[in-house]
Design a protein around this ligand. Sequence first.
Ligand code: IPM
Ligand code: MN
Length: 353
Amino acid sequence: MNIKTYQIGVIPGDGTGPEVVAESIKVLQAASRKFGFSLNLEYFDFGGERYLKTGEILSEEDVARVKTKQALLLGAIGHPDVKAGILEKGILLNLRFILDQYINLRPVKLYEGVETPLKDKGPEDIDFVVVRENTEGLYVGAGGILKRGTPDEVAIQESINTRKGVERCIRFAFEYTRKRNKGKKLTLCGKTNVLTFAFDLWERTFYEVAREYPDIEPDYAHVDATCMWMVKNPEFFDVIVTDNIFGDIITDLGAVLQGGMGIAAGGNINPAGVSMYEPIGGSAPKYTGKNVINPIAAIAAGQLMLEQLGEEKAAAAIEQAIMKAVRDDLKSLSAGKMGYGTREVGDLIVSYL
Ligand code: IPM
Ligand code: MN
């Protein structure tokens, strides 16, 4: 019998990235044995160490290799000895752009046994998904600085929104809301009262596409109000669609609601290309090599990857195993306070598979 083999690129990255990715791979390998598929892994050394040694960030050859994969799993990018922005833009954002991963999918789900900072809110209240546009907006790097460092200095940073980019993101969000089949509500998060050009395009496109989805309730909230509702009444939300920068900001808030960076994962998705899955947290250099960082976010990123590859049963089993571990075993999700080491959490989740 021929079993299905997936070509996966692994980018462990910087800091604690390699440690959490190792646990994610451990869990993915266990799931592949159990559910009858296999993973063919190729490792890529993108990150701060390689940059400091060779000056190379991402070569054309790297990009060509990465494009041959069916999906990528990323640990973390960011190095204390490299100026902020160089690796983030040169690797993470560059890959998102080059691979046209126009969706950043970030589920916000509170599991039983996990502490949320919201008073009187539980797993039945905190369960929504943010669909963040991932290739446009303020992230394209349009603009410039004039007369830098002088009293006459001018800085311009423009948000680029194209009809095509906005529409494909909104369409993905409607499809996703339908498939998720939970609240059947899609909220556009914008700022139509001030950003009257960019969000005019978003709003018109949103309600036009909404007509093709009569089963989905279209809803709108300004980004500031969205933050307020996420804290006050997170149960209002089913799926939220928004632009790149607002999505960046509200998903950090979302991550905190679900228990923090130890558990929050996301996918940079190109539905017709190579997608890249990652824990939302950073490289956490101070915890490097100590076996204290929480690998669950990276394991959850692997779960998202399997889901999108079509291994839905295996993905669901990983989620169940994560849920059991956080409910019954882990004392906390914070680094050093779990009551388990990084590797032991990986073993625990494997044992529940
Ligand atoms: C994220 C991160 C990145 C972003 C940074 C590291 C460039 O904050 O994935 O949310 O802003 O998108
Ligand atoms: Mn962010």
